[in-house]
Design a protein around this ligand. Structure first.
Ligand SMILES: *Cc1c(COP(=O)(O)O)cnc(C)c1O
Length: 471
């Protein structure tokens, strides 16, 4: 089967052929390839084409595809049973690994997706604070639960829906929108709604409007405003946790939230996510407290084993984040320099193993800035890179990920591919411009001849009038 045939069949049975919208290439055009397998830094499609994979399952695979240690942990665990619906030591072990790393995380609860983690964190925050109001930021994505689908970045941005169909206005009426990196917009909400705001959720390193880190001063003011107003501060580190650094955003800003959400890396490629924080807040959860939250497959043993294997491997390797960061910086710098060479404006950002780039000349500090980037150019670039075997996110508003299976050669190959891609795009644009000029010249010529023809007609009509003496 070809990619085209396979995706055609998928579209027959699955809406859009995908189980998560951005996978469908809607914003960059064309159709996705259909994956057969992963191999370290690469993905291989069903036609046998290989792609250097800068998505890495959208973050989880920090060691790349098919890491042997994670693989063997998963297989050994699966042989003892796929799900128990009863406590296992694996959950405790992964919980301890996380809590030992984060001073502000005394207890965690596992769920199966980042969406559940943020949704549940907000519920427990509201239960603890006794207030319904929630502040979120434009361009931040916290999963697809109803109350959070307001200006939610990436997928939602790509598809041009500020929010989503099927979300009752009643459900989002307690969600207050603030501007990223703009403390006055937050202060204004607190001031206009005294005693109403129970929680504030933010990606301290935003990765879902492209990569846009929050300023440290902004975050420390957020911390202060939440304390002053009795609101629970939630850091959504589903993407940045164990990705930007071993301690997520903490190594960059030193700020501790009341609750933190994790996902992606902590599942090592299996469905696991978590939310955690101070015991006083977490103990509001049922069965200790009155806030209900549950899950048939929560703390699934296979997912826990994959998470334990990942985190253990991360903690055992003290150079890991330095290595990953060097490659991310190498790629970002390389990309910037080849773009500049071809006269293309590009902004790049790196945080640990995460990188981002925008096709715009001005600095990107928030969602509005991000939206200024040239998405048509991104679409062309994405297609060219894919042709050359480099798989970038099929949207301008996503973060790229380095994995430990990547080598310097891989990065150099990607930069060379970018250089060639830009050259082709510039040449194509020039030839399109040339064609455009020719078409315009032809139109001008035709208009000139039309004018002359009209004049001639008038002259003839004049002559006819005179010769026959019509009125
Ligand atoms: C991916 C992501 C989520 C949602 O996680 P899912 O597992 O896709 O439900 C939430 N928050 C952030 C910051 C994310 O990057």
């Amino acid at each position: 089967m070809t990619n085209k045939e396979a995706f055609g069949l998928a579209k027959k049975y699955i809406p859009g052929g995908v189980d998560s919208p951005v996978r469908a290439f809607g914003s960059v055009g064309g159709e996705p390839f259909v994956v057969d397998r992963g191999e370290g830094a690469y993905l291989v499609d069903i036609e046998g084409n290989r792609y250097l994979d800068f998505i890495q399952s959208w973050g989880p695979l920090i060691f790349g595809h098919c890491d042997p240690d994670i693989e063997s942990a998963v297989i050994a665990t699966a042989k003892k049973g796929l799900s128990f619906g009863a406590p296992s030591n694996l959950e405790t072990k992964l919980a301890k690994l996380i809590c030992d790393e984060f001073k502000n995380v005394e207890k965690v609860r596992f769920v199966s997706s980042g969406t559940e983690a943020t949704m549940s964190a907000i519920r427990v925050a509201r239960g603890f604070s006794g207030k319904d109001g929630l502040i979120k930021f434009e361009g931040c994505y916290h999963g697809h639960s109803d109350a959070l689908l307001v200006k939610a970045g990436s997928g939602a941005t790509t598809y041009g829906n500020a929010s989503s169909g099927g979300v009752p206005a009643d459900v989002v009426k307690n969600t207050y929108l603030a501007r990223y990196n703009d403390i006055e917009s937050v202060r204004a909400i607190f001031e206009a709604n005294p005693g109403k705001i129970g929680a504030l959720i933010i990606e301290p390193i935003a990765g879902n409007m492209g990569l846009v880190p929050a300023d440290n001063e902004f975050l420390s003011e957020l911390r202060r405003l939440c304390d002053e107003n009795g609101a629970v501060l939630i850091f959504d580190e589903v993407m940045s946790g164990f990705r930007a650094s071993r301690h997520g955003s903490f190594e960059f800003n030193g700020i501790e939230a009341d609750l933190v959400t994790f996902g992606k890396v902590i599942g090592g490629g299996c469905p696991a996510a978590a939310f955690g924080g101070k015991a006083a807040i977490m103990d509001c959860l049922s069965p200790e407290g009155a806030v209900y939250q549950a899950g048939t497959l929560s703390g699934n043993p296979v997912a826990m084993a994959a998470g334990i294997a990942s985190l253990s491997k991360i903690f055992a390797d003290h150079d890991l984040y330095d290595r990953l960061n060097k490659l991310a910086v190498l790629f970002a710098h390389g990309l910037k320099s080849v773009a500049t060479k071809h006269g293309i404006a590009l902004q790049t950002t790196v945080r640990g193993s995460m990188f981002g780039f925008f096709f715009t000349a001005s600095e990107v500090k928030n969602y509005d800035d991000a939206l200024k980037s040239d998405v048509k150019l991104y679409a062309k670039f994405h297609a060219k890179m894919l042709e050359k075997g480099v798989y970038l996110a099929p949207s301008q508003f996503e973060t790229g990920f380095i994995c430990d299976a990547m080598s310097e050669e891989d990065i150099k190959f990607a930069i060379k591919s970018a250089d060639e891609s830009f050259a082709e795009i510039v040449a194509q644009d020039a030839s399109e411009n040339e064609e455009m000029r020719e078409v315009k010249a032809r139109i001008a010529d035709l208009e000139e001849r039309l004018k002359e023809a009209r004049k001639e007609r008038e002259a003839i009509q004049e002559r006819m009038k005179n010769s026959w003496g019509f009125a």
